[in-house]
Ligand binder design. Structure first.
Ligand code: PGA
Length: 250
């Protein structure tokens, strides 16, 4: 049985005060979460605060990216060894905002994925198609290409130690959620593709859905056979909404 995972992706939101309040709210309600593992992925500058607040709690934390170099002249970037100082468990890699706004290629994402694992963290590898790709009927092709880039370099065994997040780009932050059937179809494609390479990895890997998941649609989505939780943007910024999604996995 795969344990559901609900991970918040705060993106570039929050302040010292608002994060303090948000974490207080999450911790106050965490006992109502029976099944899911809960994690939050914070902006780098707040990782220290998040680590202080969450250590010893049931909530894990992580970052939203990492650089693939060990150290050196990479202004504005953060190395995996730095994340180690803050007790991160997860690192989001290949988020569509990184791919589309900052031009991260499949090869860049693969290097960051490998740096994440080399650093001892679990990558949350995001894949997903643009609206025009869905309309052109190329969703499966795009998602398979994004996965193959990583599998070809890191190997299928590496997928056994990661989380995959299927995030249709047209559903992110738009309020346009994929239907449970639409999401399940892609999740099943991902799992069967992996099963063709390694049945154990396919059976074990958690595949999250991301894209306008909210308390009122989470239960149906997470109830689908191959949907093992969610990567939550907007709704992870309010404790009540975030907990509503976490408890939907009960
Ligand atoms: P959203 O974002 O929940 O605000 O759509 C999801 C994500 O980008 O991970």
């Amino acid at each position: 049985m795969r344990q559901p995972l609900v991970a918040g992706n705060w993106k570039m939101n929050g302040s010292r005060d608002s994060i303090n309040d948000l974490l207080d709210g999450i911790l106050a309600g965490i006992d109502s979460v029976e099944k899911a593992e809960v994690a939050v992925c914070a902006p780098y500058v707040y990782l220290s605060q998040v680590a202080d607040k969450l250590s010893g709690s049931a909530v894990a934390w992580g970052s939203q990216n990492v650089n693939d170099n060990e150290s050196g002249a990479f202004t504005g970037e953060i190395a995996a060894s730095m994340l180690k100082d803050f007790g991160c468990k997860y690192v989001i890699v290949g988020h569509s905002e990184r791919r589309t706004i900052y031009g991260e290629t499949d090869a860049d994402v693969t290097r960051r994925f490998m740096a994440t694992q080399a650093g001892g963290f679990i990558p949350i590898l995001c894949v997903g198609e643009l609206l025009e790709e869905r309309e052109a009927g190329t969703t499966n092709e795009v998602v398979a290409r994004q996965l193959d880039a990583v599998i070809n370099e890191a190997g299928i065994a590496a997928i056994g130690n990661c989380v995959i997040a299927y995030e249709p780009v047209w559903a992110i932050g738009t309020g346009k959620v994929a239907t449970p059937e639409q999401a399940q179809e892609v999740h099943a494609m991902i799992r069967s593709k992996l099963a063709g390479l390694d049945a154990d990895v396919a059976a074990k890997v958690q595949i999250l859905y991301g894209g306008s998941m909210k308390p009122d649609n989470a239960k149906e989505l997470i109830g689908m056979e191959d949907i093992d939780g969610g990567l939550i943007g907007g709704a992870s910024l309010k404790a009540e909404d975030f907990l509503g999604i976490c408890t939907a996995a009960n």
